[in-house]
Ligand binder design. Structure first.
Ligand code: NAD
Length: 519
């Protein structure tokens, strides 16, 4: 092992020899007996060994989820499902600091002085979905057939295969598990091989809920485990969050039983700064919109368009801001920007910067890996500001998932709308202006699933979140998310006699009683 501290000293959860799969209410090794290492990106040290689940484990987990769905969990009442989610929210509240610290070590998100500041998000999410089981209404639909009543039943879609990325692991897991439990589905969750320890800890907390076995199963492992889930005929729906490339593979793999697929995918979101913007807000807002989490946010606004009169000032102030950010070990409470997730990701980010420079871009801040005794072994990239970039460069078109801002000038509103919309992605965007009309105009014309005006990164469980174009299908949060986990049965209920059906006699007014009525 490389690095400084023993894993157990970092977090009690790291004290075990290996971390197993949660299948049918029991913790089991992978059928193959194989494990894979988990690496702390702040130090490069191996901190845990995890069971490398594969197709055989996915089979077991799907079978367990099916039994739970067709058995006791399928019979759970709305109030029982509500109470499960309320108890889960309380457990999250009690264990939030430990979960977040585990993520800090495993995925490199800084603990910061405000460790508990974001606690309300996952807790609110569970409480929000706890409110829904008692309110999943069908409809009574007027119909024209005599003696017939028509209504809809909204039913859980069944066994959900949830596949999630490594950025914000337990939060991502909850975004799938909470609506699934609210609607009465069961889950086989495949977290990312890059960071999934907090998901396993979440699995232990879920174990305290006394759910029937098999309601929530967790299979750790790599792409093969995800692919086995995506093609499994016993899975009714895949809820996926991850890259657009993987999303395409999942759609292709899901065709066997044409399972339902919802997808939250990648992005290359635009930030548009108008000359009338309050730069005291726009500079730090736009900067943290791309440097925050070391740029590893699906919603990172990495293409920054700035109206020409304030372009130079904006670039200069953003470069100074970038240089002032404290980059370091995620467990250091002064750290603002942690490492990127892996050595491979480090290579990808620096490769993108190198390509851009070769294509004519200039660096105004950062541009390199940070490697010095204080950061030895870790995967740190200096927050980077690039100028002299063109719209057709890879650095402007492709998702980098690193702290790299490409800042470009623009001259008028139509031009910036056209350029901001000119990528395959459509996840998020931000606009900075003091003019309400401009803000609304941009909200109408930008093809993004979410738009922040004079702010960045606002989320709330009741507000739908999802991408356009290659950024995804469907929504997280809000009632829209529940629809992804529900199917509809339309019920035709014959209540009239044959005579009544033939004559329409039960109608208060016979059809022929008004001109144009008829049968
Ligand atoms: P990824 O697509 O590489 O992996 C995501 C998950 O899919 C992992 O669990 C992985 O093991 C699994 N997987 C990989 N190949 C698979 C296959 N062929 N079949 C089935 N499963 C497979 O993504 P990542 O690197 O973990 O995460 C970063 C990406 O996720 C970025 O593109 C980011 O924008 C995106 N993301 C999107 C959102 C959103 O809400 N839109 C949120 C977070 C992250």
């Amino acid at each position: 092992m490389t690095g400084t501290a023993e894993p157990t000293a970092l977090h009690p959860f790291l004290g075990r020899a290996s971390h197993e799969l949660l299948i049918d209410g029991r913790w089991l090794p992978a059928a193959s007996g194989e494990t894979f290492p988990s690496v702390d990106p702040s130090t490069g040290a191996t901190i845990a060994h995890l069971a490398a689940g594969g197709a055989a484990d996915v089979d077991l987990a799907v079978a367990a989820a099916r039994r739970a769905f067709e058995g006791p969990w399928g019979a759970a009442t709305p109030v029982q499902r509500q109470n499960v989610l309320l108890r889960l929210a309380t457990l999250l509240e009690e264990n939030y600091a430990a979960l977040r610290r585990l993520d800090a070590i495993d995925m490199g998100s800084p603990v910061g002085p405000n460790l508990l500041a974001a606690i309300e998000k996952p807790v609110e999410l569970c409480r929000y979905y706890a409110g829904w089981p008692t309110k999943i209404y069908g409809e009574t639909i007027p119909n024209s057939a005599p003696g017939m009543v028509c209504y809809t039943l909204r039913k859980p879609v069944g066994v959900v295969g949830a596949i999630i990325p490594w950025n914000g692991p337990f939060q991502s897991a909850l975004m799938k598990i909470a609506p699934a439990l609210a609607t009465g589905c069961t889950v086989v969750l495949k977290p990312s091989e890059q960071a999934c320890l907090s998901v396993l800890m979440l699995g232990e907390l879920i174990g305290q809920l006394d759910l029937p076995p098999g309601v929530v199963n967790i299979v750790t492992g790599g792409p093969e485990a995800g692919a086995a889930l995506a093609r499994h005929r016993g899975v009714d729906k895949i809820a996926f969050t991850g890259s657009t490339a993987t999303g395409r593979s999942i759609v292709a793999a899901s065709t066997g039983n044409l399972k339902r697929v919802s997808m939250e995918l990648g992005g290359k979101s635009p930030d548009v700064v108008f000359a009338d913007a309050d730069l005291d807000r726009a500079v730090p807002g736009a900067a943290m919109g791309v440097f925050g989490s070391a740029g590893q946010m699906c919603v990172a606004c990495a293409r920054v368009y700035v109206e020409r009169p304030v372009y130079e000032e904006f670039v200069e102030r953003t470069a100074r801001f970038a240089e002032g950010l404290v980059v370091g070990n995620s467990l250091d409470t002064t750290t603002q920007i942690g490492p990127v997730i892996s050595e491979a990701q480090l290579g990808k980010v620096t490769g993108h910067i190198g390509d851009a420079l070769e294509a004519g871009a200039a660096t105004r801040a950062g541009g390199t890996r940070l490697i010095d005794p204080a950061r030895a072994g870790g995967f740190f990239v200096a927050p980077t500001v690039l100028t002299d970039v063109r719209d057709d460069m890879r650095v402007v078109q492709e998702e980098i998932f690193g702290p790299v801002a490409a800042i470009m000038p623009f001259d008028d509103r139509d031009e910036v709308v056209r350029r901001a919309n000119a990528t395959d992605y459509g996840l998020a965007g931000a606009v900075w202006t003091r003019d309400l009309a401009t803000a609304h105009h941009m909200a109408e014309r930008l093809r993004t699933g979410v738009l922040w005006v004079n702010c960045f990164g606002m989320f709330e469980p009741g507000v739908p979140f999802g991408g356009m174009k290659t950024s995804g299908w469907g929504h997280e949060f809000g009632p829209q998310s529940l629809d992804e986990y529900l199917s509809i049965t339309s019920v035709w209920l014959r209540v009239g006699t044959d005579e009544e059906a033939r004559t329409g006699a039960r109608r208060a007014t016979a059809p022929e009683a008004w001109p144009g009525g008829g049968h």
